[in-house]
Design a protein around this ligand. Structure first.
Ligand code: IPE
Ligand code: IPE
Ligand code: MG
Length: 236
């Protein structure tokens, strides 16, 4: 089987899953976070090299204070426990998005996780936190404009690769497969530039119930796709 090198996931449906069990939304987030720990090991077992998951969007601040507060607490815990797991599993963890909106504590724990795992050679695991594609492009273009202004680059030298180099995902290949769980079929401001040629896979399974078997099913579906770029078969 042809295993996609880079899989991106919009993990959705924690709240609905919890509700279906008669539990509060936050329970869904807790189990969802636990599921994330398992799926990184499964992904590596299956031969995936890059996994990029959407954990908190720039739009998610609109949720209730309570829910945002619980999520921040959960992220903080997750960063802390991930240090040991990344070491054990040889994972290189990076955060994409704008961390400056988080408390200093959370920012520090993100930095500690990235720093402690930066030389690992196993799964490249990207966590999208306070991430929005339009925000990423806006931040990147601000930096690029500053570089044009200071003369570091000339407007006529700007290529697609230049723009790519200003994104949070600068040194990460584009996803081959995007999975969105829990039935919604939209991108919700995720990796808009990077998904230009990605195969899209939508499943009704909510994130807390998405396990290795479902990941394998997505890869099987990916294998049945006839990947083309500009009408031509083959590689990107
Ligand atoms: C995904 O689950 C997790 C986050 C976006 C933080 P949701 O919280 O969106 O759950 P549903 O979609 O409301 O069921
Ligand atoms: C998308 O999920 C964002 C994450 C998974 C972090 P949402 O459940 O917030 O989706 P939309 O924005 O309502 O489409
Ligand atoms: Mg949702």
């Amino acid at each position: 089987m042809n295993v996609p090198e880079h899989v991106a996931i919009i993990l959705d449906g924690n709240g609905r899953w919890a509700k279906s069990k008669g539990m509060p939304r936050n329970y869904g987030h807790v189990i969802g976070a636990r599921n994330l720990e398992q799926i990184t090991e499964d992904a590596w077992d299956l031969g995936i090299k890059y996994l990029t998951v959407y954990l908190f969007s720039t739009e998610n601040w609109k949720r209730s204070r309570d829910e945002v507060g619980s999520l921040m607490k959960l992220f903080h815990q997750y960063m802390k426990t991930s240090i040991e797991r990344a070491r054990k599993n040889n994972m290189k963890v990076r955060v994409i998005g704008d961390p400056t909106a988080f408390t200093q504590d959370l920012q520090d724990s993100i930095r500690a996780l990235e720093e402690s795992s930066k030389n690992n050679t196993g799964l490249n695991f990207q966590l999208a936190l306070n991430y929005g594609s339009r925000d990423e492009i806006t931040r990147g273009m601000r930096r690029m404009a500053a570089d044009v202004k200071s003369g570091r680059i000339e407007p006529e030298d700007i290529t697609e690769d230049t723009i790519r180099s200003y994104l949070d995902t600068a040194d990460i290949p584009d996803p081959d497969l995007l999975i969105r769980t829990s039935g919604e079929q939209r991108l919700s401001n995720y990796l808009l530039w990077q998904l230009a040629y990605t195969e899209l896979y939508f499943t009704d399974v909510p994130w807390p119930a998405f396990h290795k078997e479902q990941l394998e099913e997505a890869i099987r579906a990916y294998n049945l796709r006839d990947r083309r770029f500009g009408g031509v078969k083959g590689d990107k």
